[in-house]
Design a protein around this ligand. Structure first.
Ligand code: GCU
Length: 401
């Protein structure tokens, strides 16, 4: 459960000033921005042709945050100012957004001088450790439906395909970061003070520091202007340990910007990633006992998958294809033992045979193994299932071409 700093004194004047400022910003961005990444356009000089920028996506989110996309029917509470003026919108299917404060959550496994510090977070890293608020950028949502009703008149994450470590983009003053759902605000039904599950507007020390917000659990935070855009569904759950969850979340930022940017454009103007696209194993998930590690050298991205040592243990990697058809999957893997680690490769639940993963000279040496499989256009899940008692090899990435 979260502990955080909340300032009550500032409320009214600051809220009015900030509301005015936001309204101006919103109008200006909505007028110029939406759309995106037309190839060769001067609109996004720093980005590759197919990439949406943070400014474009934030403008699209603001433009699509209207009464027709509002999810909650009763207002949420700004955690810092206590104003009941925060709403949650659905700017694209399965994507939920709010703009509020950032109060600082310093709970979890990192020590913190805050007298309110609690050792536990609601969710844990992939190894079962309490999240580390100084290392992992995480955001906080209500623990229950405050009204005890279904459907909930407020935004209640369990009704919207969200669970622990769900990915979100967080925007503040021109910056964007990746973060995960890490902790909840307990629902003890106090209406006038701290700890109310209707609160929105709290995130970890690390989220604050990445966004340039004062990050002390006792004196930090900001009263408004932080936009959190949450991506629901199992493919947007971020895996990893306290040591690499932040990197794993940052690795998803451009993909999230492109996915949401394209969805808000009607899905038409930005093509899916081109063929030859590399997908990191650490964006995937594993059967019980697997861990995302970084204790050997030579991997790309922020680490590699170490599936459990058991026949039948598996790794799922989400990939996208720009068109349907037969594609070559090139797995980058390591097997530092003296026996190969054959694994069946399936796509969206259908097996396409067994691929051998021969030994490499040690765990720091990476080789490739390829197989041709049919993919559908858009999202696909590649599953690598070990057929021997050692389970699958360590897997760094898969490239689709
Ligand atoms: C070692 C190695 C791991 C590997 C494991 C295995 O422990 O460090 O990275 O996954 O062996 O046999 O699968």
């Amino acid at each position: 459960m979260s502990s955080s700093r909340k300032r009550l004194a500032v409320a009214a004047a600051a809220a009015i000033a900030i509301a005015t400022q936001l309204a101006i910003t919103h109008t200006a961005q909505a007028a110029t921005a939406h759309p995106a990444a037309k190839a060769g356009s001067a609109a996004a000089p720093a980005a590759a042709a197919a990439d949406y920028t943070a400014a474009q996506v934030l403008a699209g989110v603001q433009k699509n945050s209207t009464s027709s996309t509002q999810v909650n029917s009763k207002p949420h509470i700004n955690t810092m100012t206590r104003s009941m003026n925060v709403n949650v919108y659905q700017p694209a299917p399965g994507v939920y957004s709010y703009t509020s404060s950032m109060a600082i959550d310093d709970d979890g496994s990192d020590p913190d001088p805050d007298p309110d510090h609690q050792g536990e977070t609601t969710f844990q890293d992939s190894n079962g450790a309490q999240l580390a608020a100084h290392h992992v950028p995480f955001f906080v949502l209500g623990d229950d439906c405050w009204d005890k009703k279904t459907p909930c008149p407020h935004f209640f994450y369990k009704e919207h395909g969200m669970s622990g470590r769900q990915f979100a983009l967080m925007f503040y003053k021109g910056k964007v970061i990746g973060s995960i759902f890490g902790d909840t605000q307990t629902g003890n039904s106090q209406t006038t003070s701290d700890n109310d599950s209707r609160e929105l507007g709290e995130a970890s020390v690390k989220a604050a520091s990445l966004l340039g917000i004062p990050s002390s659990g006792t004196t930090g935070g900001v009263d408004n202007g932080v936009t959190v855009v949450m991506f629901s569904g199992p493919s947007w759950v971020v895996n990893g340990s306290n040591a690499n969850l932040s990197n794993n979340a940052q690795a998803l930022v451009q993909k999230a910007l492109n996915t949401l940017g394209a969805a808000m454009d009607g899905g038409g103007t930005t093509p899916p990633p081109p063929t030859g696209t590399l997908f990191e194993a650490e964006t995937g998930s594993m059967s019980s006992g697997g861990t995302f590690d970084s204790n050997h050298t030579g991997f790309t991205g922020s680490g590699f998958a170490n599936p459990a040592n058991a026949a039948g243990s598996y790794l799922d990697i989400p990939v996208t294809a720009d068109s349907a058809g037969t594609k070559t999957l090139t797995f980058r893997y390591s097997d530092g033992t003296s026996s190969a680690r054959p694994a069946t490769i399936s796509v969206n639940g259908t097996s396409h045979g067994t691929l051998n993963f021969p030994v490499t000279s040690d765990w720091n040496t990476w080789s490739t193994a390829t197989i041709s499989v049919p993919l559908t256009a858009g999202a696909n899940t590649i599953r690598v299932t070990g057929t021997v008692a050692d389970g699958p090899a360590n897997i760094d990435s898969v490239t689709v071409s």
